[in-house]
Design a protein. Structure first.
Length: 125
């Protein structure tokens, strides 16, 4: 079973908070989870996967995936269709999945996230 935990992007201070481990308990800087549901934060869930360097993969991470059909960087997002996390690439301002969700593997590598490194996706139109 996958560990359920979160991180949050603080829009005001422009920092990533990794302390959001229990949606009912304590968050970054001792804030409670309900504070993360306000407009000042973007909440992202842990996928249960780690990249090739052992780093935990969260929603909003940008990864390079050597098993993808196209080698463009991908944003990790939740897919309602497959009920799984997928890698999506940006082409002509539209997102699409390159491959089956299951191909986000331990050979994927996190190269950034959509808040601090959005340019990594925009460069691959």
């Amino acid at each position: 079973m996958r560990e359920i935990k979160f991180r949050a992007w603080d829009k005001s201070f422009k920092v990533m908070c990794y302390e959001v481990q229990n949606p009912i308990n304590v968050g970054c800087d001792s804030l409670y989870f309900h504070h993360f549901l306000q407009d000042g934060f973007e909440l992202m869930q842990f996928t249960g996967l780690k990249d090739k360097n052992g780093k935990e993969i969260y929603e909003g991470d940008i990864i390079k995936n050597p098993e993808a059909k196209y080698l463009s960087p991908e944003e990790v997002r939740w897919s309602g269709k497959g009920s799984d996390f997928c890698g999506f690439t940006l082409h002509d301002k539209k997102y699409f999945t390159n491959h089956l969700c299951k191909t986000i593997t331990d050979q994927s590598e996190i190269i950034g996230n959509i808040y601090e490194n959005a340019n990594l996706l925009n460069d691959n139109k």
